[in-house]
Design a protein around this ligand. Structure first.
Ligand code: ATP
Ligand code: ZN
Length: 294
């Protein structure tokens, strides 16, 4: 049995690009050729299995792949459909490929709220997730499973409403539909099974996830540098988003002024900069962080 760690990712699609980018940011070097199902990582003992996203959870469960990157929406659906047979769990959330699974109906039609769904059909590619949501909310409606073109269903009376993925809402709008309820907020997740993976693979896994965590953490992180009156250190520290102990450096030639430098792990908005300025900060610099490991 190979000691190379296998990671299944989507070959082509909305999840693929961001998965490739995350792995490249982790320093993995690989090239994807034509129709190949397997991409070898040159600088780490990892092989990428390039497949359809629907197959990823099953591959992990059956031991074909040690790990997988998949949308939480797809994983949950597989979990609902296969139940305890599926051995594929969320290892960590990856923070990209965010989208929402929503209920939507024709604008200005009969269906505006959850209660209006009673006794109607709902077209969806997610009968498991939807069925669970309906049961929990005591709604008596019938999911109709469609693998694609779900947004066309209301127009041809297949169903009165739909339950589908939404990111910008443009597809819904183009089909005269309007989302009225979110049933799941999804993002890409790293999945693995509960089986132990053996010492060699475990060591590769540990290295990979440490890098993944560093990439995820540094994504929104910025290094903030500014000068400020000594009397304002506390106020300014409180304003810096997601930073714990900033570095305070005295400025030669001016006892009242210090330089403050901090890693901010949350988004630094323009509003934050304006508030810093209102509190006496000057010469504010916000720079991106490429890598971060604690
Ligand atoms: P496949 O051919 O692999 O079966 P697919 O057609 O099922 O692909 P895609 O449309 O490529 O799937 O979407 C894959 C996943 O990407 C979705 O299940 C969802 O988790 C995520 N996703 C959906 N919309 C977006 C978006 N706008 N941006 C990024 N990720 C998204
Ligand atoms: Zn798919």
């Amino acid at each position: 049995m190979t000691s190379r760690l296998r990671l299944a990712i989507q070959k082509k699609g909305r999840l693929a690009e961001e998965s490739f980018a995350a792995l490249k940011n982790c320093g993995l070097r690989f090239s994807v050729r034509g129709d190949g199902l397997l991409a070898r990582v040159n600088n780490m003992p990892i092989d990428l299995l390039l497949v359809r996203d629907d197959d990823i959870a099953g591959f992990v469960s059956e031991g074909v792949s040690d790990l997988g990157i998949v949308g939480e929406n797809v994983l949950l659906e597989e979990q609902y459909v296969q139940g305890s047979k599926l051995d594929a769990q969320i290892d960590r959330r990856l923070g990209f490929s965010r989208c929402r699974l929503c209920l939507a109906a024709p604008e200005n039609g009969n269906i505006q709220t959850l209660q209006d769904l009673n006794g109607t059909r709902i077209a969806t590619s997610y009968p498991g997730v939807l069925g669970n949501f309906l049961t929990k909310n005591e709604i008596d409606a019938i999911p109709v499973t469609m693998k694609g073109a779900v947004e066309l269903a209301p127009r041809i009376d297949i169903a009165a409403s739909i339950c589908d993925l939404v990111s910008s809402g443009a597809t819904l709008e183009a089909n005269g539909l309007k989302a009225f309820q979110t049933i799941l907020e999804s993002e890409a997740v790293l999945i693995k099974s509960d089986r132990p993976m053996g010492r060699d693979k475990q060591a590769v896994y540990d290295r990979l996830v440490r890098r993944l965590d560093a990439v995820i953490r540094s994504k929104d992180s910025k290094y903030v540098m500014l000068n400020a009156p000594r009397s304002k250190i506390d106020d300014i520290t409180r304003l810096l988003p997601g930073s714990d102990a900033p570095t305070i450096i005295p400025l030669p030639g001016d006892d009242n002024l210090v330089a403050i430098q901090a890693v901010c792990t949350e988004t630094v908005f323009w509003e934050t900069l304006e508030a810093l300025k209102d509190n006496g900060a000057r010469s504010i610099l916000v720079v991106p962080i490429e890598k971060m490991m604690s």
